[in-house]
Design a protein around this ligand. Structure first.
Ligand code: PLP
Length: 404
């Protein structure tokens, strides 16, 4: 390592809160699926900033929209209208088939906003007694890092010593429709769930689960809130992961790739009822719906569709999954994936996934370990067939090596 690399890392360690444990690479440039470190080494990005950079690094059309808008107008606050918000609403509603939109910034804010909205809906529309609303969530969920959200996490690392937490959440196992049926009561206002649990290690529920979930929610007048912040916008090979089972959520949460990685932009999408309960002064955000965010998100959505990235995710995802499954080695316990949301789970005896990620780094691939034994793979949706083959050669080389 050169002295400059050591310097960046040491300086971060000295001044920064140590709430992350990054792999030892300092990146300074990105283009498409590639990123470069400060020494000029090139890597294939197999994390895409947890799916925020689905459109590829520094996509030229999103960049142009951002620069153009930044020259004109960046922030008005919602105290005044701006000439980008209406267009953003129109385009995101048309793309996703939603009726109402609430623009926010981070993913966790979208989740918090959905919780507030479905509670309000519960009291004002469903008729739940004030203060009694219940929301059902799943074990091993990941919905962000705010206090409200970590309060219903089941991960001790995520919750530990951050309490006390807000009441009103009930946890059930993921992928178990019978558990949902049992947990619903007259005060249940919503079921909040990820279509595929990303941070838990790309956990795909059994086929038919969401069809049953949809029926249960409809039958009991419970809002189905799908957190598509990671699975949405093409990541799984469909615009929204809900389309794999042909269902429609009542409330859909988007974030991450909604800006192609340029800017924090998130949104709550709903039918008329849920977001319709919010009145002026009851919820807001200084930056939510600002013209720069809207211009960036409009371009990010446009290139996703115009450049065929969703279809490409389906095609290259299938190719990548098959290639990973074809690797013959007893270090792999299971390979999972849908579209370009993939994971390789290692046998516990094979050693920690972190070591494999560090070995992959030396071969020009950046991937991230999750939960000790799982390597998550989520390249930008613009990856080509040749690039998948290039990556597979390297994964095969590393996964057949013995690190135990
Ligand atoms: C990343 C993520 C969030 C939180 O988004 P932030 O922008 O980090 O607040 C919420 N839900 C899911 C499923 C996510 O993957």
């Amino acid at each position: 390592m050169s002295s400059s690399v050591i310097d960046f890392i040491a300086t971060e360690a000295r001044f920064g809160a140590r709430n992350y444990e990054p792999i030892g690479v300092v990146l300074s440039r990105g283009e498409g699926v590639w990123v470069w470190d400060t020494e000029g080494n090139r890597y294939l990005d197999c994390l895409s900033a947890y799916s925020a950079v689905s459109q590829g690094h520094c996509h030229p059309k999103i960049l142009a929209a951002m620069v153009e808008q930044a020259h004109r107008l960046t922030l008005t606050s919602r105290a005044f209208h701006n000439d980008q918000l209406a267009l953003f609403y129109e385009e995101i509603a048309a793309l996703t088939g939603s009726h109402k939109v609430l623009p926010m910034n981070s993913g966790a804010e979208a989740v918090e906003s959905a919780i507030k909205s479905v509670r309000k809906w519960g009291y004002e529309v469903k008729g739940v007694p004030d203060g009694q609303a219940e929301i059902i969530v799943c074990a091993n969920n990941f919905h962000g890092r705010t206090l409200g959200v970590v309060g219903f996490s089941t991960d001790p690392e995520t919750r530990g010593h951050f309490g006390p937490f807000a009441p009103g959440f009930k946890v059930i196992p993921f992928g178990d429709a019978a558990a949902l049926a049992e947990a619903i009561n007259p005060n249940t206002v919503a079921f909040l769930v990820e279509p595929i649990q990303g941070e838990a290690g790309v956990v795909i529920p059994p086929a038919g689960y969401f069809t049953e979930v949809r029926e249960l929610c409809t039958a009991n007048n419970v809002m189905l809130v799908l957190d598509e912040i990671q699975t949405g916008l093409g990541r799984t090979g469909k615009l929204l992961a809900e389309q794999h089972e042909g269902i429609e959520a009542d409330v859909t949460l988007l974030g991450k790739a909604l800006s192609g990685g340029f800017y924090p932009v998130s949104a709550v999408l709903s039918n008329n009822d849920v977001l319709g309960t919010l009145r002026p002064g009851q919820h807001g955000s200084t930056f939510g719906g600002n013209p720069l965010a809207c211009a960036v998100a409009r371009a990010a959505m446009r290139v996703l569709v115009e450049e065929g990235m969703i279809e490409n995710a389906a095609r290259q995802g299938a190719h990548f999954l098959k290639g990973l499954k074809d690797i013959r080695t007893n270090t792999i316990r299971e390979v999972r994936g849908r579209g370009l949301m993939l994971a390789v789970e290692l046998h516990p005896e094979a050693g920690r996934a972190r070591r494999y990620c560090e070995a992959l780094q030396a071969k020009g691939i950046l991937a991230k370990d999750t939960h000790e034994h799982t390597i998550r793979i989520a390249p930008p949706l613009v990856i080509t067939s040749d690039q998948v083959d290039w990556a597979l050669e390297r994964f095969a080389a590393i996964l057949t090596q013995d690190f135990s």
